[in-house]
Write a protein of this length. Sequence first.
Length: 240
Amino acid sequence: MSDAANIKQDCFANLEKNKLFSFDSIPDRVVFYFIFMPLIRSEIGEFVKTWNAHRIRTQSNLANSVGGIPDRLYYHPKEGIENCGKIPNLDRLQQHAAQFENFGESMSVGHPTFFTLFGFSFCLLRKWLIIKDVDAYLPGDTAIWCREKLRGWGHFEAPRASDFIPTGPDKEMLIPQYYRHLIADAREHWKAGNQNPKLALLKVPRGGYEWVVSQRIVREIPDLAENPRDLVEDVDPERE
């Protein structure tokens, strides 16, 4: 993972060196997010899948250490293993969701990615006709504009990490032509008034929501009550 991170840093530095990316430029960041966010997320997902299928050893200095393959331990636990999962409180989830109304992209149940993202918990979300895709990083019309511009230049395939990373003896990072075209188009669109559509970034959530300090922890650990930064209420008051 560290090697992959170093490669990405070299790639991004190369874009800056060639004046094809500036963090202070909105159109540059739009193109950057559109191209690289799916690549980074995909690689992180593959990293997680790989290591969850990798055997880990029991550590003698940790009494509760469990050896084995994480995926097998989770999906095929041994007989007698307790399932500590809990069904979430829907009312509390809705309260939390209301605090993020200004973030992400609205997505109806009929949205083509709805069942991909939320199919596993559709039964819990069935009473929400409109939900938020909190993983979105660009407004829908901005992402569509970028995609159509790439197609206009004859690039119909999804960008790949190998488009930017050299495979031969030459270690110079690559910059595919489609990236140069898209950056040029985005900058020109911005200079022309940035209309129809208005290229933009989604608002970034910062900080936690209004944490509620667990009164049980306050009672049991009074010294921590003075600094309740990480003490989050996770117990139904009626059950305390």
